[in-house]
Design a protein around this ligand. Sequence first.
Ligand code: NAP
Length: 288
Amino acid sequence: MVFSGMLQACGGLPRSRGCRMARVMKIAIAGAAGRMGRALLGAVASADDLALSGALVRPGHPAAGQDAGLMAGGAQGVSVSTDPRAVIAGCDVLIDFTSPAATLAFAGLCAAAGRPVVIGTTGLSADDMERLRAHAALIPLVVAPNTSVGVTLSLHLLEIAARVLADADAEIVESHHRHKLDAPSGTALAMGRAVAQARGRRLEDVAVYDRHARREARAEGSIGFASIRAGEIVGEHRVLLVGASERLEIAHVADDRRVFAEGALRAARFVYKAPAGLYDMRDVLGLR
Ligand SMILES: NC(=O)c1ccc[n+]([C@@H]2O[C@H](COP(=O)([O-])OP(=O)(O)OC[C@H]3O[C@@H](n4cnc5c(N)ncnc54)[C@H](OP(=O)(O)O)[C@@H]3O)[C@@H](O)[C@H]2O)c1
Protein backbone atom coordinates (compact mmCIF):
# COMPACT_ATOMS: atom_id res chain seq x y z
CA MET A 1 0.00 0.00 0.00
CA VAL A 2 1.24 3.50 -0.81
CA PHE A 3 1.28 6.09 1.93
CA SER A 4 -1.53 8.50 1.14
CA GLY A 5 0.45 11.34 2.63
CA MET A 6 4.12 11.98 3.12
CA LEU A 7 5.39 14.48 5.64
CA GLN A 8 8.86 15.88 5.29
CA ALA A 9 11.01 15.90 8.41
CA CYS A 10 14.19 17.49 7.10
CA GLY A 11 14.06 20.79 8.97
CA GLY A 12 15.17 22.57 5.80
CA LEU A 13 18.52 20.77 5.63
CA PRO A 14 19.82 19.98 2.13
CA ARG A 15 19.98 16.25 1.26
CA SER A 16 23.77 16.52 0.84
CA ARG A 17 24.01 17.16 4.59
CA GLY A 18 22.40 13.85 5.44
CA CYS A 19 18.79 14.94 5.45
CA ARG A 20 16.45 12.11 4.45
CA MET A 21 12.78 12.42 3.65
CA ALA A 22 10.95 10.58 6.42
CA ARG A 23 7.80 8.68 5.56
CA VAL A 24 5.34 9.32 8.30
CA MET A 25 2.03 7.55 8.79
CA LYS A 26 -0.79 9.96 9.62
CA ILE A 27 -2.77 8.96 12.70
CA ALA A 28 -6.12 10.40 13.77
CA ILE A 29 -7.49 9.76 17.26
CA ALA A 30 -11.20 9.52 18.05
CA GLY A 31 -11.94 10.23 21.72
CA ALA A 32 -8.84 12.41 21.90
CA ALA A 33 -9.90 14.13 25.14
CA GLY A 34 -10.47 10.84 26.98
CA ARG A 35 -8.03 8.98 29.22
CA MET A 36 -6.84 6.73 26.38
CA GLY A 37 -7.03 9.55 23.84
CA ARG A 38 -4.53 11.59 25.85
CA ALA A 39 -2.23 8.59 26.29
CA LEU A 40 -2.35 8.11 22.49
CA LEU A 41 -1.58 11.78 21.82
CA GLY A 42 1.56 11.40 23.96
CA ALA A 43 2.56 8.10 22.32
CA VAL A 44 2.12 9.45 18.76
CA ALA A 45 4.18 12.53 19.64
CA SER A 46 7.13 10.35 20.65
CA ALA A 47 6.99 7.95 17.65
CA ASP A 48 9.36 8.90 14.81
CA ASP A 49 7.36 7.09 12.12
CA LEU A 50 3.96 8.59 13.04
CA ALA A 51 2.40 12.04 12.91
CA LEU A 52 -0.86 13.26 14.36
CA SER A 53 -3.23 14.36 11.59
CA GLY A 54 -6.49 14.66 13.52
CA ALA A 55 -7.96 14.65 17.02
CA LEU A 56 -11.70 14.14 17.29
CA VAL A 57 -13.99 15.13 20.17
CA ARG A 58 -17.74 15.41 20.60
CA PRO A 59 -19.41 18.60 19.27
CA GLY A 60 -19.44 21.26 21.99
CA HIS A 61 -16.39 19.86 23.79
CA PRO A 62 -14.36 22.70 25.41
CA ALA A 63 -11.12 21.46 23.75
CA ALA A 64 -12.55 21.91 20.21
CA GLY A 65 -10.39 24.28 18.17
CA GLN A 66 -7.42 24.09 20.57
CA ASP A 67 -4.07 22.53 19.68
CA ALA A 68 -4.53 18.79 20.36
CA GLY A 69 -1.08 18.50 21.91
CA LEU A 70 -2.11 20.77 24.77
CA MET A 71 -4.18 17.86 26.14
CA ALA A 72 -1.02 15.74 26.39
CA GLY A 73 2.10 17.65 27.12
CA GLY A 74 2.90 20.02 24.24
CA ALA A 75 1.59 21.62 21.06
CA GLN A 76 1.47 19.37 17.98
CA GLY A 77 0.11 21.86 15.42
CA VAL A 78 -3.17 20.00 14.93
CA SER A 79 -6.48 21.53 16.00
CA VAL A 80 -9.00 19.44 17.90
CA SER A 81 -11.95 18.79 15.59
CA THR A 82 -15.62 17.86 15.97
CA ASP A 83 -15.96 16.82 12.31
CA PRO A 84 -15.42 13.03 11.96
CA ARG A 85 -15.62 13.03 8.14
CA ALA A 86 -12.85 15.61 7.80
CA VAL A 87 -10.66 13.91 10.43
CA ILE A 88 -11.05 10.50 8.75
CA ALA A 89 -10.44 11.90 5.26
CA GLY A 90 -7.15 13.41 6.46
CA CYS A 91 -5.67 10.30 8.10
CA ASP A 92 -3.98 7.06 7.06
CA VAL A 93 -5.36 5.20 10.10
CA LEU A 94 -8.03 6.11 12.66
CA ILE A 95 -7.51 4.92 16.24
CA ASP A 96 -10.77 4.88 18.15
CA PHE A 97 -11.16 4.58 21.92
CA THR A 98 -14.63 6.02 22.52
CA SER A 99 -17.99 4.30 23.16
CA PRO A 100 -19.77 1.54 21.18
CA ALA A 101 -22.26 3.93 19.53
CA ALA A 102 -19.51 6.35 18.44
CA THR A 103 -17.26 3.48 17.33
CA LEU A 104 -19.95 2.05 15.04
CA ALA A 105 -20.57 5.46 13.49
CA PHE A 106 -16.85 6.14 12.94
CA ALA A 107 -16.21 2.64 11.55
CA GLY A 108 -18.99 3.23 8.99
CA LEU A 109 -17.34 6.51 7.94
CA CYS A 110 -13.94 4.77 7.69
CA ALA A 111 -15.46 2.07 5.45
CA ALA A 112 -17.01 4.74 3.21
CA ALA A 113 -13.71 6.65 3.03
CA GLY A 114 -11.51 3.55 2.64
CA ARG A 115 -9.49 4.19 5.82
CA PRO A 116 -8.19 1.42 8.09
CA VAL A 117 -9.25 1.61 11.74
CA VAL A 118 -7.99 0.33 15.09
CA ILE A 119 -10.84 -0.06 17.59
CA GLY A 120 -9.97 -0.19 21.28
CA THR A 121 -13.48 0.55 22.56
CA THR A 122 -14.89 -2.19 24.80
CA GLY A 123 -18.48 -3.20 25.52
CA LEU A 124 -19.26 -4.02 21.86
CA SER A 125 -22.23 -6.41 21.58
CA ALA A 126 -22.52 -9.40 19.24
CA ASP A 127 -24.70 -7.22 16.97
CA ASP A 128 -22.06 -4.49 17.01
CA MET A 129 -19.43 -7.05 15.98
CA GLU A 130 -21.63 -8.22 13.12
CA ARG A 131 -21.87 -4.66 11.84
CA LEU A 132 -18.09 -4.26 12.06
CA ARG A 133 -17.63 -7.58 10.26
CA ALA A 134 -19.67 -6.20 7.35
CA HIS A 135 -17.16 -3.31 7.00
CA ALA A 136 -14.30 -5.83 6.92
CA ALA A 137 -15.18 -6.58 3.29
CA LEU A 138 -14.06 -3.02 2.45
CA ILE A 139 -11.34 -2.04 4.91
CA PRO A 140 -8.96 -3.65 7.41
CA LEU A 141 -10.10 -3.30 11.04
CA VAL A 142 -8.30 -4.34 14.22
CA VAL A 143 -10.79 -4.82 17.04
CA ALA A 144 -8.87 -5.17 20.29
CA PRO A 145 -10.61 -4.95 23.67
CA ASN A 146 -7.11 -4.96 25.12
CA THR A 147 -4.21 -3.65 23.05
CA SER A 148 -1.53 -4.63 25.57
CA VAL A 149 1.11 -6.99 24.20
CA GLY A 150 1.29 -8.74 27.61
CA VAL A 151 -2.46 -9.38 27.69
CA THR A 152 -2.38 -10.72 24.14
CA LEU A 153 0.37 -13.14 25.15
CA SER A 154 -1.65 -14.11 28.25
CA LEU A 155 -4.57 -15.09 25.99
CA HIS A 156 -2.24 -17.27 23.97
CA LEU A 157 -0.82 -18.95 27.09
CA LEU A 158 -4.29 -19.39 28.55
CA GLU A 159 -5.46 -21.45 25.59
CA ILE A 160 -2.59 -23.87 26.17
CA ALA A 161 -3.12 -23.99 29.95
CA ALA A 162 -6.90 -24.48 29.71
CA ARG A 163 -6.45 -27.35 27.28
CA VAL A 164 -3.75 -29.13 29.33
CA LEU A 165 -5.50 -28.51 32.67
CA ALA A 166 -8.84 -29.49 31.16
CA ASP A 167 -10.51 -30.38 34.49
CA ALA A 168 -9.30 -27.38 36.51
CA ASP A 169 -11.93 -24.90 37.74
CA ALA A 170 -11.46 -21.57 35.91
CA GLU A 171 -12.16 -18.26 37.69
CA ILE A 172 -11.38 -14.78 36.37
CA VAL A 173 -10.89 -11.74 38.59
CA GLU A 174 -10.46 -8.29 37.06
CA SER A 175 -9.85 -4.87 38.65
CA HIS A 176 -10.28 -1.44 37.05
CA HIS A 177 -10.67 2.23 37.98
CA ARG A 178 -13.91 3.56 39.39
CA HIS A 179 -14.95 5.26 36.09
CA LYS A 180 -15.24 2.08 34.01
CA LEU A 181 -18.81 1.42 32.83
CA ASP A 182 -18.79 -2.17 31.56
CA ALA A 183 -18.27 -5.28 33.70
CA PRO A 184 -16.77 -7.77 33.40
CA SER A 185 -14.12 -6.05 31.28
CA GLY A 186 -13.80 -6.87 27.58
CA THR A 187 -10.43 -8.45 28.40
CA ALA A 188 -11.90 -10.68 31.10
CA LEU A 189 -14.52 -11.85 28.60
CA ALA A 190 -11.82 -12.50 26.00
CA MET A 191 -9.92 -14.56 28.59
CA GLY A 192 -13.10 -16.50 29.43
CA ARG A 193 -13.69 -17.13 25.74
CA ALA A 194 -10.12 -18.39 25.32
CA VAL A 195 -10.59 -20.89 28.17
CA ALA A 196 -14.04 -22.00 26.97
CA GLN A 197 -12.97 -22.43 23.34
CA ALA A 198 -9.84 -24.37 24.32
CA ARG A 199 -12.23 -26.82 26.02
CA GLY A 200 -14.65 -26.97 23.09
CA ARG A 201 -17.36 -24.93 24.86
CA ARG A 202 -19.13 -21.60 24.23
CA LEU A 203 -18.55 -18.95 26.87
CA GLU A 204 -22.28 -18.10 26.83
CA ASP A 205 -23.04 -21.65 28.02
CA VAL A 206 -20.54 -21.78 30.90
CA ALA A 207 -20.11 -18.19 32.19
CA VAL A 208 -21.30 -17.34 35.69
CA TYR A 209 -21.48 -13.59 36.35
CA ASP A 210 -23.54 -13.49 39.52
CA ARG A 211 -23.50 -15.86 42.48
CA HIS A 212 -25.48 -13.62 44.77
CA ALA A 213 -28.92 -14.57 43.47
CA ARG A 214 -28.45 -18.32 43.72
CA ARG A 215 -27.36 -20.72 46.43
CA GLU A 216 -25.76 -23.64 44.61
CA ALA A 217 -22.42 -25.40 44.32
CA ARG A 218 -20.10 -24.64 41.44
CA ALA A 219 -21.25 -26.28 38.21
CA GLU A 220 -18.72 -28.54 36.48
CA GLY A 221 -16.94 -26.68 33.66
CA SER A 222 -18.32 -23.26 34.57
CA ILE A 223 -16.17 -20.10 34.36
CA GLY A 224 -16.76 -17.56 37.12
CA PHE A 225 -16.17 -13.81 36.82
CA ALA A 226 -15.57 -11.23 39.55
CA SER A 227 -15.09 -7.47 39.01
CA ILE A 228 -13.46 -4.92 41.30
CA ARG A 229 -13.96 -1.18 40.61
CA ALA A 230 -11.81 1.10 42.75
CA GLY A 231 -9.68 4.22 42.64
CA GLU A 232 -7.56 4.66 39.54
CA ILE A 233 -6.48 1.03 38.91
CA VAL A 234 -5.39 0.94 35.25
CA GLY A 235 -6.23 -2.72 34.68
CA GLU A 236 -5.48 -6.08 36.32
CA HIS A 237 -6.58 -9.55 35.19
CA ARG A 238 -5.95 -12.81 37.02
CA VAL A 239 -7.09 -16.20 35.74
CA LEU A 240 -7.06 -19.05 38.25
CA LEU A 241 -7.04 -22.65 37.04
CA VAL A 242 -7.63 -24.63 40.22
CA GLY A 243 -7.21 -28.39 40.29
CA ALA A 244 -7.58 -30.87 43.15
CA SER A 245 -3.99 -30.51 44.31
CA GLU A 246 -2.38 -27.68 42.35
CA ARG A 247 -3.28 -24.24 41.05
CA LEU A 248 -2.00 -22.26 38.08
CA GLU A 249 -2.49 -18.50 37.91
CA ILE A 250 -1.91 -16.34 34.86
CA ALA A 251 -1.95 -12.67 35.77
CA HIS A 252 -1.37 -9.41 33.96
CA VAL A 253 -1.04 -5.98 35.54
CA ALA A 254 -1.01 -2.77 33.50
CA ASP A 255 0.85 -0.04 35.43
CA ASP A 256 0.28 2.78 32.94
CA ARG A 257 -2.23 3.51 30.14
CA ARG A 258 0.77 3.99 27.92
CA VAL A 259 0.93 0.19 27.50
CA PHE A 260 -2.45 0.24 25.69
CA ALA A 261 -1.42 3.26 23.61
CA GLU A 262 1.84 1.61 22.49
CA GLY A 263 -0.06 -1.55 21.55
CA ALA A 264 -2.63 0.49 19.61
CA LEU A 265 0.17 2.13 17.62
CA ARG A 266 1.58 -1.32 16.85
CA ALA A 267 -1.90 -2.28 15.62
CA ALA A 268 -2.05 0.89 13.49
CA ARG A 269 1.25 0.00 11.78
CA PHE A 270 -0.14 -3.50 11.11
CA VAL A 271 -3.60 -2.46 9.88
CA TYR A 272 -2.18 0.13 7.50
CA LYS A 273 -0.48 -2.61 5.47
CA ALA A 274 -3.15 -5.32 5.91
CA PRO A 275 -5.71 -6.29 3.28
CA ALA A 276 -9.40 -5.74 4.08
CA GLY A 277 -10.53 -7.99 6.93
CA LEU A 278 -11.28 -8.21 10.63
CA TYR A 279 -8.19 -8.68 12.83
CA ASP A 280 -7.29 -8.81 16.51
CA MET A 281 -4.10 -8.28 18.50
CA ARG A 282 -2.99 -11.87 17.94
CA ASP A 283 -2.88 -11.11 14.23
CA VAL A 284 -0.93 -7.93 15.01
CA LEU A 285 1.69 -9.90 16.99
CA GLY A 286 1.84 -12.77 14.49
CA LEU A 287 0.54 -15.34 17.02
CA ARG A 288 -1.93 -17.03 14.68
N1 NAP B 1 -8.37 -1.69 24.16
C1 NAP B 1 -7.75 -1.35 25.28
O1 NAP B 1 -6.63 -1.81 25.55
C2 NAP B 1 -8.42 -0.38 26.21
C3 NAP B 1 -7.71 0.22 27.24
C4 NAP B 1 -8.36 1.19 28.01
C5 NAP B 1 -9.68 1.53 27.73
N2 NAP B 1 -10.33 0.89 26.71
C6 NAP B 1 -11.69 1.25 26.31
O2 NAP B 1 -11.61 2.41 25.50
C7 NAP B 1 -12.78 3.20 25.69
C8 NAP B 1 -12.39 4.59 26.19
O3 NAP B 1 -11.75 4.46 27.43
P1 NAP B 1 -11.27 5.74 28.26
O4 NAP B 1 -10.79 5.23 29.57
O5 NAP B 1 -10.34 6.56 27.42
O6 NAP B 1 -12.66 6.49 28.44
P2 NAP B 1 -12.95 8.06 28.51
O7 NAP B 1 -11.90 8.74 29.31
O8 NAP B 1 -14.38 8.19 28.93
O9 NAP B 1 -12.78 8.53 26.99
C9 NAP B 1 -13.70 8.25 25.98
C10 NAP B 1 -13.76 9.48 25.13
O10 NAP B 1 -14.56 9.21 23.97
C11 NAP B 1 -15.33 10.37 23.74
N3 NAP B 1 -16.50 10.13 22.93
C12 NAP B 1 -17.58 9.36 23.19
N4 NAP B 1 -18.48 9.45 22.19
C13 NAP B 1 -17.95 10.32 21.28
C14 NAP B 1 -18.39 10.83 20.04
N5 NAP B 1 -19.58 10.49 19.52
N6 NAP B 1 -17.60 11.70 19.36
C15 NAP B 1 -16.40 12.06 19.84
N7 NAP B 1 -15.92 11.60 21.04
C16 NAP B 1 -16.69 10.75 21.74
C17 NAP B 1 -15.71 10.82 25.13
O11 NAP B 1 -16.16 12.14 25.09
P3 NAP B 1 -17.22 12.69 26.20
O12 NAP B 1 -16.45 12.70 27.49
O13 NAP B 1 -17.57 14.03 25.67
O14 NAP B 1 -18.36 11.71 26.22
C18 NAP B 1 -14.39 10.67 25.88
O15 NAP B 1 -13.55 11.79 25.73
C19 NAP B 1 -13.65 2.41 26.68
O16 NAP B 1 -14.52 1.58 25.94
C20 NAP B 1 -12.63 1.59 27.43
O17 NAP B 1 -13.19 0.45 28.04
C21 NAP B 1 -9.73 -0.04 25.95
